[in-house]
Design a protein around this ligand. Sequence first.
Ligand code: GLU
Length: 302
Amino acid sequence: MTGTTVTDRPEGPATGRFAPSPTGTLHLGSLATATASFLDARLHGGRWLLRMEDLDRAREVPGAAAGILGDLERLGFWWDGPVVYQSQRHDLYQQAVAALEARGLAYPCSCTRRDLGATDDLGGYPGTCRAGTRRSGPTAMRFRADLSPLGPFVDRLQGPVEVDPSALGDPVIRRRDGLYAYQLAVVVDDAAQGVTDVMRGADLLPSSYWQRSLQRALGLPEPRYAHLPLVCEPGGAKLSKSARALARQDGSPSEQIWRVLSLLRQAPPPELARAPLAELWDWAIGHWRLGALRTVASLPAD
Ligand code: GLU
């Protein structure tokens, strides 16, 4: 493997995962991600894990986690081991924050949203509190992301990825309200669960820089990444609310999975849309080709 060519995973068992946030129903974009990561892991007899990213209880929709699991079961997915809930793993995240702090790689930050203007999580924190907080009161914790320069990053689908770390700034790893941030939790959990292959939507590609930096800082192995083209409207616009509300779409489970396989450019034989679900999944696992998505910019839904 070189730093500049797009490489596929060598053959051998992988551990993939699907990590939904329970903020609504399983929509078409997440179903496509679940399907692709499931097939990619199962192709070589690997494991596929489910993790509920339910750290932010305020954004959680009651019943959404159970609804997502119910939909996955109804659609014939199966996963290895019990579902992991991030809300039950605070101790692990605290240990990681403490380890970073002990090595001078994390610092308290008193900046409020108002201090930072319009910048959001990916907006490039200017490093204001690196030299010390500016006021007393509750603080967030940030990770010094640029202290260990990272080598080139080759995504299995997107190819070589160039990131300007200064444009991203230092991410929050624990919020002012005490909640552990996604960037930290995802890194801790992927390592703790032995995940070798992360597959998710291309909207999360910029986060990979922070996650790889955190892995380096915490001495954790780096998984392979594949960022999938995003599902969009037929005309290319962002997927609308109605199209996103996939879960109760028309058709049998086989028809629904058949449509997702078509969306993922797997070209399932037409007759399999009416086959028993297990037969369709057998075909899909045996014929999975990640490469079919390699030059694809987005995935227009029907
Ligand atoms: N929980 C995230 C989401 O639902 C996915 C995180 C990941 O796959 O790394 O968008």
